[in-house]
Write a protein that binds this ligand. Structure first.
Ligand code: IPM
Ligand code: MG
Length: 362
């Protein structure tokens, strides 16, 4: 049966990097027999401009009808003065929430070819392979009450609520332990249980979940220490499970271990494994339209899409191999460039991955 993929390019470099991923999907369809059809939708600032809402109802309907969603990035200075309730980021948060994509998988893998692009010493990051499992539809991102109010004194006060119910913690915990079973069988749960009650509960529930997985070793770490350990000795981690905001921050830090945030894909899954796939980086308005953005995180997101939503393990592997091959040939976008390599544009990088893929098929 033909699978439907909804393509949401979004803002900034979104359309440029997504174009390379679509090119790749078309090659998979035309030359590798992948039964997919693609449709495009609006999200973020682009949707605001065209339809007056960062997440038009039509986009949500398309997303619900699709087997998987591929997203570029949202946001940019153009929309920063809009009310927070209609900013591009609300489109992204809205679709994550509406589709109940609570499990965000963010792998941080160091490709050996990029060891010198990492800000850390090669021996600290060589062989790095971490999976960050970030809770994506709860926590302080969605907690109520929230807002900015004016106190009797006339002073304004901003407030947000960090809230997690047991069931929310348990279901993300299960995803982390199931993921660990297929890897090195270690889970680090990151919290701030010494200060925040909400994460004290988080820790307790993780302990409960761990009882169902005797083969997996669980340890706990405060988020400040986790941030330090990530840059001190990142290879101690296998699976890291944490809440929405800590996961947002730690995954950016983990990205830099791998050389560039332009390399990291992600999958956001619901209970049934339906998912939305996106690079973890943002819309990079400063380089948008220049054709220099790195499309590899988006291309690797296509690999995750094939693996998790379409059960096309082999094609997923082929894409990942093609990416490694291209890096091995010394091709680099600006963000990962180093001495002795060849600087290429977004489009040239996409073409090179396609060429490497076709080469495998010969
Ligand atoms: C991410 C991004 C988003 C987030 C923003 C754009 C709302 O930083 O996916 O990590 O904070 O979740
Ligand atoms: Mg982020």
């Amino acid at each position: 049966m033909t699978k439907k993929i909804l393509i949401l390019p979004g803002d900034g470099i979104g359309p440029e990097i997504v174009a390379e991923a679509v090119k790749l999907l078309e090659v998979l369809r035309n030359q590798f027999g992948l039964a997919v059809e693609m449709e495009q939708g609006l999200i973020g600032g682009a949707a605001w401009d065209a339809a007056g809402h960062p997440l038009p109802e039509e986009t949500l309907e398309l997303a619900r009808a699709a087997d998987a969603v591929l997203l570029g990035a949202v946001g940019g200075p153009k929309w920063e003065s809009l009310d927070i309730s209609v900013r591009p980021e609300k489109g992204l948060l809205g679709i994550r929430s509406a589709l109940e994509l609570f499990a965000n998988l963010r792998p941080a893998i160091l490709y050996p070819q990029l060891a010198s692009a990492s800000a850390l010493k090669a021996e600290v990051v060589a062989g790095l392979d971490i999976m960050i499992v970030r809770e994506l539809t709860g926590g302080i991102y969605f907690g109520k009450p929230r807002g900015i109010r004016t106190l009797d004194s006339g002073e304004r006060q901003g407030y947000n609520t960090l809230v997690y119910s047991e069931s929310e913690i348990r279901r993300i915990g299960r995803v982390a332990f199931e993921t660990a079973l297929k890897r090195d069988r270690r889970v680090t749960s990151v919290d701030k249980a010494n200060v925040l009650e909400c994460t004290e509960l988080w820790r307790e529930v993780m302990e409960e979940v761990a009882r169902d997985y005797p083969q997996v070793v669980l340890n706990h770490m405060y988020v400040d220490n986790a941030a330090m350990q990530l840059v001190r000795a990142p290879k101690q981690f296998d699976v890291v499970v944490t809440g929405n905001m800590f996961g947002d921050i730690l995954s950016d830090a983990a990205a830099m271990l791998t050389g560039s945030i332009g390399m990291l894909p992600s999958a956001s899954l619901d209970r049934q494994g339906k998912g939305m796939y996106e690079p973890i980086h943002g819309s990079a308005p400063d380089i948008a339209g220049q054709g220099i953005a790195n499309p590899l995180a988006t291309i690797l997101s296509v690999a995750m899409l094939l693996r998790y939503s379409l059960e096309e393990q082999e094609l997923a592997q082929r894409i990942e191999d093609a990416v490694q091959q291209v890096l091995g040939q010394g091709l680099r976008t600006a963000d990962i460039d180093s001495e002795g390599c060849r600087r290429v544009s977004t489009e040239q990088m996409g073409d090179a991955v396609v060429a490497a893929l076709l080469e495998q098929n010969r």
